[in-house]
Unconditional design. Structure first.
Length: 304
């Protein structure tokens, strides 16, 4: 029995995703163009959600002028079909289109032929759908929840209860609380399997406390480097050699908008300081109260 193979066309043989360039620097793997708004030009919905506000408003203005110009030309093609409009005057039919598209209807100009009423009907439908789409896009842009979480610029490895411990800290920059906040830390590094296959592996780092019922002020994340830790026995030179990077992911429910918010941060090899500790930001007043001084949030001190 003969089996006939189907020959793919040149278009079908082309890759669905173009070549992606990855830049490696200080342990950070930067995917060029990742998250850039202009990378969504084939996906108009995501493009309109990610484009800057100036560009979004500019596109709305261009679309609005263009659609009214097209309908104005359609009215001109019908001759003297708009009452109280000067025949052949583009300005009159353009502003009549503006009134129709927005359902204003001042009443000074109105269609007086079957042709004009047909164009008005089409434009009214286009106006209703356009307003609904633009309103939905604007609401989607405004309603996207964001987390204003600050991460320390560096992470430190310092003894804690006699055991080397990886530490970094975060702070909630809003004057509210992130409920049921959860934090996960991943270690990414280059590894070679016993078969000689190169891969970029992910390891979960266990924290002493990976969740809190309310994240309102600061949070010191701590990972004990014991025998079960992927960082056990690792040296600063080995971190650089394996392009090690720490990825931090924090999520929770913003109590103000009751929506889930996310924040993430990464630490490269040069962002991890050995034998250093963070400067204390918790202080006491003469009255016995406590306060937090965020001016020293990123500061560290070498161990004696």
């Amino acid at each position: 029995m003969k089996i006939r193979l189907k020959r793919l066309s040149r278009k079908q043989r082309q890759p669905l995703i173009p070549r992606i360039h990855i830049k490696v620097q200080n342990g950070h793997f930067e995917i060029m163009g990742l998250g850039a708004w202009y990378s969504y030009w084939r996906d108009p919905y995501h493009l309109l959600l990610t484009i800057p506000w100036t560009g979004f408003l500019g596109l709305i203005c261009i679309f609005y002028v263009t659609i009214n110009t097209l309908f104005a030309l359609a009215y001109l093609a019908g001759g003297d079909c708009i009452a109280n409009a000067e025949p052949g005057a583009f300005v009159d039919v353009f502003f009549f289109s503006v009134q129709t598209l927005a359902s204003i209807g001042y009443g000074a100009m109105y269609p007086k032929t079957i042709y004009a009423n047909t164009i008005v009907t089409i434009e009214a439908m286009v106006g209703l759908m356009g307003i609904a789409v633009m309103t939905g896009l604007a609401f989607a842009r405004f309603s996207r929840p964001t987390a204003r979480v600050m991460f320390s610029r560096v992470a430190v490895i310092t003894p804690y209860e006699g055991v080397p411990t990886l530490m970094f800290r975060t702070a909630n920059k809003r004057r509210n609380t992130i409920l049921e906040a959860q934090m996960r830390v991943y270690l990414m590094r280059d590894e070679v399997s016993t078969e000689g296959q190169f891969m970029r592996r992910f390891h979960d780092l266990k924290l002493l406390r990976n969740q809190t019922p309310g994240f309102a002020l600061t949070w010191l994340a701590m990972h004990v480097i014991d025998e079960s830790s992927p960082l056990y026995g690792v040296t600063p030179e080995l971190l650089i050699q394996t392009n090690t990077m720490l990825m931090v992911s924090l999520s929770g429910i913003d109590e103000t908008v009751a929506q889930v918010v996310h924040a993430r941060h990464s630490y490269g090899t040069h962002d991890i300081l050995w034998n250093n500790r963070f400067v204390d930001i918790m202080h006491h007043t003469p009255d016995g109260d406590r306060y937090i001084d965020y001016s020293n949030f990123h500061d560290v001190l070498p161990l004696d």
